[in-house]
Design a protein around this ligand. Sequence first.
Ligand code: BG6
Length: 488
Amino acid sequence: MSFPKGFLWGGAVAANQCEGAYLEDGKGLSVPDMLLGGDVNTPRTFLPKTDKTAFYPSHEAIDFYHHYAEDIALFAEMGWNVFRLSINWGRIFPNGDDETPNEEGLAFYDKVFDECKKHNIEPLVTLCHYEIPWNIVTKYNGFSDRRVIDMFVKYATTCMKRYKDKVKYWLTFNEINIACMGEGGLGDLYGLGIMDPEDVNSDERIPLNKLKSNPQKTFEALHNQFVASALVVTEGHKINPDFMIGNMIAHTTLYPLTPNPKDILAAFNEDNFKNNFCGDVQVRGEYPTYMFRYFKDHGIDTSFITEEDKKIIKEGVIDFYTFSYYMSNCVTVDENAEKTNGNLATGAKNPYLKASDWGWQIDPDGLRYTLNILHDRYPHTPLMVVENGFGAFDKVEEDGSVHDTYRIDYFRDHIKAMDEAIEDGVPLIGYTTWGPIDLVSAGTGQYAKRYGFIYVDRHDDGTGDFSRSKKDSFYWYKKVCESNGADL
Ligand code: BG6
């Protein structure tokens, strides 16, 4: 076994998918509060006017807001030394543009971090995990407005100052490259808080993949996020030079479907655009040349990349690179090739791989390959896998147990792949599994798509008493963490 001493083992959640309490203690509405649920065949819909008869899964989620002490104790029981969570921007600045922060929101995360400390768990905090305050969407059209850069920096530095002795590891934006993925305006809304005024004012439910999108605005807003992220890295290091501040990329590994050079080139280009572009900016501190070809081909005016912004981006390069890894997909120029279903990350089906019930192709070798590719690309940057997991339907037996061997198999194979990558020489510093406790799915809004080691009694029809219980995988992951990856 090659996991180094001090390797970080734990799990990852996002505030909007677990906390609930969506208007408690002064919190303002944020993007996920406006979304209804869907399922594997039905996209989530957006409903701007909160409808009392509709079920918004994130409003109560799994009520982590009131269960955090119990949940963190369960995480500690598994032997974790890291817990990735997000701060919900709207708890700290309910409208995004408020003069002063909301003390009750700040106090909540004090309690959460103190609880982590009690159990010797290091928090890893995402500052924005698809949680842009709703007011920023309606009043500023999200990050397309440069004033939102200052709002984000103010929010981030408020958190960093407040928790400077409690939190060392920070991530700026979750899956910042979501803007380059997905159909229609989905990435725009989730990642950038951009929404066409006609959609904002609609009385109809709009499927997320049908939201209108304007690529010029998307790239301007994404650029503003690069600037905001870089400023937070620079300011954060002034607040505490020991801070480790990272980025976060959704990495869906892409292979050419066939040896046809046209497929090779298509996969290469798609990989650069979807997987590499944002990381290249945040690690190397400049836009990669291939993006200027892309911008030219797609008629994007790049005058928003000013000399001043280039300097900011160069100065604010990240300390470590983190990413989510769930699956791989294939790329082909053949329009008739069979497609996978991956919510955001669709592609051609790989005949060698099995998939989950949601069509996500299971590929542990792809994780080893990806870690090596990333290390080769960014040889001086530590890497961390901050999301990986298996969404599945779980069956609760009469005695309350859940025999989730499929989940254990998925994790075992991916942890073995990380072990191999470390043997290969990759500087991997940690691993947080996605959804260690069942929570609301971001892609479909379902509770039924369960990821947890811990089962939560909560269902898509709004029933359930929120009680927690341990699945078989709980005991298995406990062995893994306690043996530093030796006992799989
Ligand atoms: C990542 C997100 O894309 O994938 C998480 O960062 C999300 O927020 C996770 O929950 C799994 O996706 P899903 O759609 O199964 O919840």
